[in-house]
Design a protein around this ligand. Sequence first.
Ligand code: NAD
Length: 430
Amino acid sequence: MILEASPSVTNHKRAEDEFNPLLAAEARFDQAAEKLNIDEGMQKVLRSPSREIIVHIPVQLDDGRLEVFTGYRVQHSIARGPAKGGIRYAPDVTHDEVRALASWMTWKCAVTNVPFGGGKGGIICDPSLLSPSELERITRRYTAELFEFIGPEIDVPAPDVNTNDQTMAWIMDTYSMHSRHTQTAVVTGKPVDLGGSRGRTEATGRGCMIVTEQALRLLGMARSDARVVIQGFGNVGGMAARLMSRAGFKIVCIIEWDGAVYNANGLNIEALAKHRKETGSIKGFAEAEDIDRNEAMFLECEVLIPAARENVITSQNAHKIRAKILCEGANGPTTHLADPTLREKGIFVIPDILANAGGVTVSYFEWVQDRQGYFWNEQLVNDRLEEIMVNSFRDVVAYAQKHEVHNRLAAYMLALDRVQFAIKLRGIYA
Ligand SMILES: NC(=O)c1ccc[n+]([C@@H]2O[C@H](COP(=O)([O-])OP(=O)(O)OC[C@H]3O[C@@H](n4cnc5c(N)ncnc54)[C@H](O)[C@@H]3O)[C@@H](O)[C@H]2O)c1
């Protein structure tokens, strides 16, 4: 007997699959691997994480109770250098999500040609329910459990969702205590006073601005005519908004989780940031109009920068996008099922593994500076970031033209090709 799923079950499954980050990562990998004609064995090597670690962390809470938290660290590839990637703290962290994010880091580092592989970590916890001292104990125990598996030459973590420079300072200190000497290069995204790099906080937003400028130039459009819509007013979106507005772009709309603000003549970003600081929301800003946050992403504009979270452009809404350029500031904002619609609409996509790579690029600079023991001024950081982002953009566009594919596929193909080349050069150690 053949059992058939009902249409509602099929639709539910389709939606679940569309939002599964691991399936999304695999879908893009498959397309690129097929196009490059990578043989089956090499595909297996490229697809498989190099190492996956699960730790169960006992921690004493402030009220004296004992709790156990589960943490992950996935090192997807170490073919081109130490694994590199953030650590996130969230209640919905899953092993699959960490796996997908680790593989994205491999491809991102390869696209920008920085000498790292890819890694990612996460702890299942709700930071909003934990005190700073509880978070510190969780972080330190997680670091101690991972001591043999991380290090400047092995795997270099960084901040991600709900972790920050303070978290990195705790990791650096714990690792250094176990090593019996200070090792600043074990993590990036540290405070500048503890071996962090100047320009790191702005780096991802700055990178988005640099590649958007390149896209405008390629499409023969002027910066002053570019209306920009940004989703997310946090680190990436907020910085991109600030820097782009200062550079002469017209930021017409900012979208947050609780509302959206619009001004056809361009928002005053510094004033909007002040308003949010004072009121806790972007809504009710005197110099703009409050608009429906669910429709704001579909405004007619030259540039749309989703810089909040994953899976916001889907098979259900991609047809409504009216931007000419989509610069993916967030990781995975577009589902793989939305890709064909964007292509049909002729939208110029700057894929996440290129668009938001400014962060890992300046993390690389931080690691270099820590190992040199010599720190660069901000101008040097920004100049070198620009050089890498512009070269990476050009590499992806040239690859797209040469292979007659769209930018996302080109970025994946370029990355896979670089990683497989490194693996072949090194050979497989028996
Ligand atoms: N920070 C970095 O250097 C960096 C580097 C590469 C990629 N990223 C990616 O960029 C994205 C944003 O990271 P971040 O560091 O800016 O985080 P963040 O927490 O600083 O900012 C995210 C902002 O998005 C807002 N937001 C949340 N849900 C929203 C929704 N549904 N609609 C509109 N706004 C919403 C939040 O309120 C917050 O202001 C993530 O996908 C992250 O993985 C960040």
